[in-house]
Design a protein around this ligand. Structure first.
Ligand code: GTP
Ligand code: MG
Length: 204
């Protein structure tokens, strides 16, 4: 897919309310504040399409963006998911977010892949591993993206890629090689686009 335009479609407290255009969907998930909205802006080269939150953990909605190819025809939805693991959120609300995300992942017939964001300074932790196992149990394809790589020294970058690979390598071909990314300088956007293009032309 050669990218043309991006459009904010809407935010929904429930997948049932999301538009049914039959387009393939790519979900963007990870801890709150990991850089999900920034990644979307960086991928489509827009500063303010997705809102960057000053107060983490605010997004409690499925946020849909439609992307078109060069002929203007809309070809895919990017879905910005609520972040998990924000400590200051009460347990009950935390659970309801989990339910929202799980219901979406399990109900969507169009979800072609899941971009899992991991802070490159923290690396993979228990929550990410659980999410990987959950997604694979539903036969979903995962693209691990290590965010904020501009904050690392070069040697730290290759180290976190290796560590992530050591942990995720055993899951096989449904998990892509970890991509080092920075929304500040666009590093990693190309391989993510390549993975997304493969996902939307994937018939399975
Ligand atoms: P929630 O929606 O609250 O879950 O957060 P999010 O995952 O969407 O993160 P968001 O994109 O809002 O970014 C959180 C903070 O990290 C912001 O202050 C961003 O400017 C910063 N940030 C995101 N990506 C990068 C990056 O690649 N490099 C650097 N240096 N900062 C980043
Ligand atoms: Mg966000």
């Amino acid at each position: 897919m050669r990218f043309g335009r991006a459009r904010f479609v809407g935010s929904y407290p429930d997948y049932k309310q999301a538009p049914r255009l039959g387009l393939p969907e790519i979900a963007i998930g990870g801890r709150s504040n990991v850089g999900k909205s920034s990644l979307i802006n960086s991928l489509v080269n827009r500063k303010k399409l997705a809102q960057i939150s000053k107060t983490p953990g605010k997004t409690r909605l499925l946020i849909f963006f439609a992307l078109s190819g060069q002929n203007e025809k809309e070809e895919l939805f990017l879905v910005d998911l609520p972040g998990y693991g924000y400590a200051r959120v009460p347990e009950a609300i935390r659970r309801s977010w989990g339910t929202l995300v799980e219901k979406y992942i399990e109900a969507s017939q169009h979800l072609k892949g899941f971009i899992l964001l991991i802070d490159s300074r923290r690396g993979i932790e228990d929550e990410e591993l659980q999410l990987v196992e959950y997604l694979l149990s539903l036969d979903k394809k995962i693209c691990p993206v290590l965010t904020k790589s501009d904050k690392l020294k070069r040697s730290q970058g290759s180290e976190v890629v290796k560590k992530t690979m050591d942990i995720l390598g055993r899951f096989g071909e449904n998990v892509h090689y970890p991509i080092l990314h920075s929304s500040k300088n666009g590093r990693g956007n190309m391989p993510i686009w390549r993975w997304m293009s493969e996902r939307i032309s994937d018939e399975s």
